[in-house]
Ligand binder design. Structure first.
Ligand code: COA
Ligand code: ZN
Length: 281
């Protein structure tokens, strides 16, 4: 009787065929994942991770480690949490990914063949022939540079069980539009260096009606696919029209500091989106 109510497990082969149906086979993509959104995934993070890697040409994922930010008291900012968190350990290539990025990203970062960028708090991991090109676009000043490379390669965003609140590519659109960024600090060797942090993404799903992605349902979860170029360009357009359109309204959120800064100084558009280029096979 109980079996009537039990949903079946999602098998890696089903994930692969769903990805195939969505047209991502052989493409370069960034993925954002939630295992639990699908109910039960056979093989867990490895099952989902291998399905992605075997379907794609190159897989990129965030490998952020928020706990490696440092909070020098003399550089305190109005939007910093009170009291600022204690920095625990320095970033290294094997640093554990923050749990809110998910287990599949951790699985990718643990793969022997993966590359990982060196940003001390906002690193990305990638596996596949384009990994090096994707990761070299990142600097402390432009932490979302890998998305710029993905744009150049006409790559995809794949959301597995999550919505645009996990869509890192939108932060790159904000960056290009010239949204105010917040100073944050990291250690590079012995030196405290400034890096830039965006507003939060709690309001990012507001973009959903403006995008023309493809999606399908798999058991309890949904997989959605978008072109990075459309995500980035639409984000930039939305912000150029209304700089506060993607900021959340929670009083305690750093979005309110971004709001203050953008009201005072306006947008400062950065580099134009890179010119489209055909990928070399
Ligand atoms: C925060 C987030 C990771 C939470 O999703 P989640 O499904 O709870 O987390 P994970 O994908 O890491 O999966 C682990 C959880 O799934 C469940 N789980 C474990 N094995 C599982 C399996 N085989 N099948 C299904 N669910 C499983 C467990 O509840 C586990 O939580 P626990 O570690 O607390 O026990 C997800 O909502 C998210 O936002 N993902 C995208 C993150 C991202 O890319 N952000 C970009 C930053 S801008
Ligand atoms: Zn916010």
């Amino acid at each position: 009787m109980l079996n009537l109510f039990r949903r079946s497990a999602v098998k890696p082969a089903q994930l692969r065929s769903a990805l195939e149906d969505l047209g991502v086979g052989g493409q370069v993509a960034i993925a954002h994942t939630s295992l639990s959104a699908f109910g039960y995934v056979e093989g867990g993070a490895q099952g989902m991770g291998e399905a992605l890697v075997s379907s794609l040409r190159t897989l990129l994922m965030p490998a952020f480690t928020y706990y490696t930010l440092v909070w020098p008291p003399e550089r305190a900012q109005p939007d910093w949490p009170q009291p600022p968190p204690r920095s625990r350990v320095a970033f290294c290539q094997d640093s554990r990914i923050s749990p809110d990025i998910g287990r599949v990203a951790q699985w990718l970062a643990d793969q022997p063949g993966r590359l990982r960028s060196a940003h001390p708090a906002l690193s990305f991991a990638a596996i596949g022939p384009d990994a090096e090109n994707l990761l070299r676009g990142q600097t402390l000043e432009n932490p979302y540079g890998p998305i710029g490379e993905l744009y150049r390669l006409d790559g995809l965003v794949i959301l597995l069980g999550v919505d645009h609140r996990s869509n890192t590519s939108m932060h790159y659109g904000e960056y290009l539009a010239g949204q105010a960024l917040l100073p944050r600090y990291v250690m590079v060797g012995e030196e405290v260096r400034e890096t830039y942090f965006p507003n939060c993404s709690a309001a990012f799903d507001r973009i959903a009606p403006l995008l023309s992605g493809r999606s399908l349902r798999l058991e309890q979860g949904r997989i959605a696919v978008f072109r990075v170029r459309e995500v980035v360009d639409t984000t930039t357009e939305v912000i150029l029209r209304d700089p506060e359109a993607l900021l959340c309204n929670y009083l305690g959120c750093r979005c309110q500091q971004v709001r203050t800064l953008v009201r005072r100084f306006g947008l400062r558009p950065r580099l134009p989106a890179p010119q489209p280029e055909v990928r070399e096979e």
